[in-house]
Design a binder for this molecule. Structure first.
Ligand code: HPA
Length: 276
């Protein structure tokens, strides 16, 4: 993650991306890309056109950058994400955050699919991330301080903006969706967790578990973006229910939950547009 790495990616974004700073950035994870139905975006760019980003190797991740206006807001959306477990390092994982920062985005919503740990969650539920536990113990902030990413030791007392959490709650109310809130545990993947790990994470206070979001949120928070995270609970975590876990099950559940996800995303943008 050298300055040249970020420069090359930023240079690949056409000038229209700089007409107006995006009011909101979106990074949409497993199964979430289809929740965004924008017929006439201002720009549609495949990840292959952005050096350093590269195509996601994971089914359910579209691999497209979209710029569009919605409810009067300029929105820059990354449809599909790269993960630490893909083995390409932190660069492609956090590049969307750095590009959004360079475009001047003030807010960021990150979405994912996750496994439910809390007994109050069930597949198909939507959960706003209140806080996280980084079980991996490594961070994309390790290394030389990156200009624009805040101090050496960033405060992480409120990685997820209380103001954006409030907007998500109001948006859920607008759409009639039940929205719980909870703590998200980040694991490296690509293996799903063992039942013993899930019992340990439950004891640590985790409500859901997944393989993403925390690296991007960590950088976004350090860089001063107001950040929110949203999980679609696609399965109960290992050892809680079901004989085994599969990515097909995850994608299948996001397909079923798609109408609620799409309505919530749109209502969130509408609510954000109403805030000063
Ligand atoms: N564990 C980790 N990541 C996941 C899960 C899970 O159970 N479900 C969806 N993503």
């Amino acid at each position: 993650m050298t300055p040249a790495f970020f420069e090359a990616a930023a240079a690949a974004l056409p000038d229209c991306c700089r007409d107006r700073p995006p009011a909101c950035g979106l990074i949409l994870g497993s199964g979430w890309s289809q929740a965004l139905t924008i017929d006439t975006p201002l720009l549609r760019l495949p990840y292959s056109a952005i050096p350093g980003l590269g195509a996601s190797t994971v089914v359910g991740h579209a691999g497209e950058f979209l710029l569009f206006d919605r409810h009067g807001l300029r929105v820059a959306a990354f449809l599909g994400r790269r993960h630490w477990y893909e083995g390409a390092g932190w660069g492609p994982v956090v590049l969307p955050v750095e590009l959004l920062r360079r475009l001047g985005a003030r807010n960021l919503l990150i979405t994912n699919a996750s496994g439910g740990i809390s007994p109050s969650l069930a597949p198909g539920d939507l959960m706003v991330i209140r806080d996280h536990i980084n079980t991996v113990g490594i961070s994309p902030l390790i290394g030389p301080v990156v200009p624009g990413w805040g101090p050496r030791f960033p405060d992480q007392s409120h990685v997820y903006s209380p103001a954006l959490i409030d907007l998500l709650r109001k948006a859920a109310h607008d759409t009639g969706a039940a929205l719980s809130d909870g703590v998200y545990a980040f694991t490296s993947g690509p293996g799903y967790e063992t039942p013993a790990e899930i019992r340990a994470y439950a004891g640590m206070g985790a409500d859901a578990v997944g393989m993403s979001t925390v690296p991007e949120a960590t950088v976004a928070n350090a860089a001063g973006l107001r950040t929110a995270g949203l999980s679609c609970i696609t399965n109960m975590a290992a050892g809680i229910s079901g004989p085994h876990l599969s990515h097909e099950e995850v994608i299948d559940q996001t397909r079923k939950t798609l109408p609620a996800m799409a309505a919530l995303l749109d209502a969130f943008l509408a609510r954000l547009a109403q805030t000063p």
